[in-house]
Design a protein. Structure first.
Length: 367
C-alpha cells in the first residue's frame, strides 16, 4: 500500500514539475548527500616482496629490517641479530576507501605506496596487510600483485631514466571487507540531507519539492541540512528513492572565481555590475640601440671605437573610457570587457578594480 502510494505521488509530482517553466533544474540526488551514507578511509602498514633488487636498503631503512624480522618470526623463522641483506623487499603504506554499506566479503581496490628508499615496486607482491579505520579497528585485509604505471632503469655509469611514479601502484580488488559498518538506515525515524553547496533558497526549494509530493515530510533546518521523515514511518529506502528523483531549481550566489595562476575566470549568471566607466590602456616603452663606428683619419691619433646611439620611443595603446550600464547582466559584462580588447590577465585586474569601486555586485574568490 505504501509503495503504491509512493509511486502514484511521485508520478503526480513529476507531472506538476514538468508543467512548470523549463529552468535549470537538478535532481535532488545530484545536489545533496544523505547523512551517514559516506565512504571511510582505511590505512595499513605492509611489506612488499618479490622486487628485482629495487626494494629498500636495509641499512638505510631500519623499519624495513624490523618489519622483516617480525614477519619471519610470526612464520616460525628466527632471524634476530642476523645480518639481513636483501633489496627484494620494501615497506609500504596501503590505503583504501571503504564504501558505505559494504558487506562482509566484498572487494576493494587498494593503493600501495613505498615508504622507504625503494626505487620501484614493479613485480612486487603485497603480503597480508590489515586495513585499519580511524578507530583503530581492522575492517579489511589486503594482499595481491601490484600493478605499477611507471618504470625506472639505471645504468652502471649512474645514468638513469624514470617514467611515471614506479614507487606507487594499485591492486584491483586486492582488499576484502572483513567487518561491516553498523549503520541501519531502514530503522531510522528521520533522515538528514546535506546540501553540497549550502544555500538558504536551495534548501527551502528542496523542502518544498518534497512536501509537494509527500506533505509534511520535509523541513529545512539551515542552509546545509534538510530533515526528512518518511510518511507514516514507512519504508525509508523507498521514500529516499522517490525523493532523489524530484527536481528543483538550484539557486547560486553571485560569485566570480579567479585562478590567478592560469588566468581562468568563471562568473555566475547572477553577477551584476552597476554603472561604471572603465579605461584600460597599455604603456609601451621601446629602446632601440644602433651602434656606430668612429674611425679616425690616417693622420689623427686615436683608435677605432664603437659609439652607442639609442632611440627611445613611448606609445600608449588601448581604448578610451567606456561605460557599462547599471544592472548589466553577465553577458553584457563580458561583452563590455571584451570590447576593451583586454586579455584574461588584464580582465582579472579590471574585475578586482570594479569590486574595489563598489560597482561589482558579486563576491570575488581568488584560488
Amino acid at each position: 500500500m505504501f509503495r503504491s502510494l509512493l509511486l502514484s505521488t511521485a508520478v503526480l509530482a513529476a507531472a506538476a514539475l514538468a508543467s512548470s517553466p523549463a529552468l535549470a533544474r537538478s535532481r535532488v540526488k545530484d545536489i545533496v548527500e544523505v547523512e551517514g551514507v559516506r565512504e571511510n578511509q582505511l590505512i595499513g602498514y605492509g611489506v612488499v616482496v618479490g622486487l628485482n633488487g629495487t626494494g629498500d636498503s636495509v641499512r638505510n631503512s631500519p623499519f624495513t629490517k624490523q618489519s622483516l624480522e617480525g614477519m619471519l618470526e610470526r612464520l616460525g623463522v628466527n632471524v634476530r641479530d642476523q645480518n639481513i641483506n636483501t633489496k627484494n623487499a620494501a615497506v609500504v603504506i596501503v590505503t583504501a576507501q571503504l564504501p558505505a554499506f559494504a558487506a562482509s566479503g566484498s572487494r576493494l581496490d587498494v593503493t600501495v605506496s613505498a615508504m622507504g628508499d625503494a626505487k620501484s615496486l614493479l613485480g612486487g607482491t603485497l603480503l597480508v596487510t590489515p586495513m585499519l579505520g580511524a578507530d583503530g579497528e581492522a575492517y579489511a585485509v589486503a594482499q595481491g600483485q601490484i600493478a605499477v604505471g611507471g618504470f625506472s632503469a639505471e645504468g652502471a655509469s649512474g645514468s638513469s631514466v624514470t617514467k611515471g611514479v614506479p614507487t606507487s601502484g594499485r591492486i584491483s580488488n586486492g582488499g576484502i571487507v572483513e567487518r561491516e559498518l553498523a549503520f541501519r538506515m531502514g530503522e531510522m525515524q528521520q533522515v538528514r540531507l546535506s546540501l553540497r553547496n549550502p544555500d538558504f533558497t536551495t534548501a527551502r526549494r528542496v523542502a518544498e519539492a518534497v512536501n509537494a509530493a509527500f506533505p509534511g515530510s520535509a523541513r529545512a533546518d539551515n542552509p546545509s541540512v534538510v530533515t526528512l521523515r518518511a510518511p507514516g514511518g514507512g519504508d525509508v529506502v523507498g521514500f529516499l528513492t522517490a525523493v532523489e528523483q524530484l527536481s528543483v531549481e538550484v539557486d547560486m550566489p553571485a560569485k566570480v572565481v579567479i585562478d590567478d595562476a592560469s588566468g581562468v575566470i568563471v562568473m555566475g549568471e547572477n553577477v551584476r555590475v552597476s554603472t561604471v566607466a572603465i579605461a584600460q590602456g597599455a604603456l609601451t616603452v621601446s629602446v632601440q640601440e644602433t651602434p656606430a663606428v668612429s674611425q679616425p683619419n690616417e693622420y689623427a691619433a686615436g683608435e677605432t671605437t664603437v659609439v652607442p646611439q639609442s632611440t627611445v620611443g613611448v606609445s600608449e595603446g588601448g581604448g578610451g573610457l567606456r561605460v557599462l550600464d547599471g544592472g548589466a547582466s553577465l553577458s553584457s559584462l563580458v561583452a563590455g570587457l571584451n570590447a576593451l580588447g583586454v586579455g584574461p590577465r588584464d580582465m582579472i585586474s579590471i574585475l578586482q578594480t570594479i569590486k574595489a569601486a563598489g560597482a561589482l555586485q558579486a563576491e570575488i574568490e581568488v584560488m
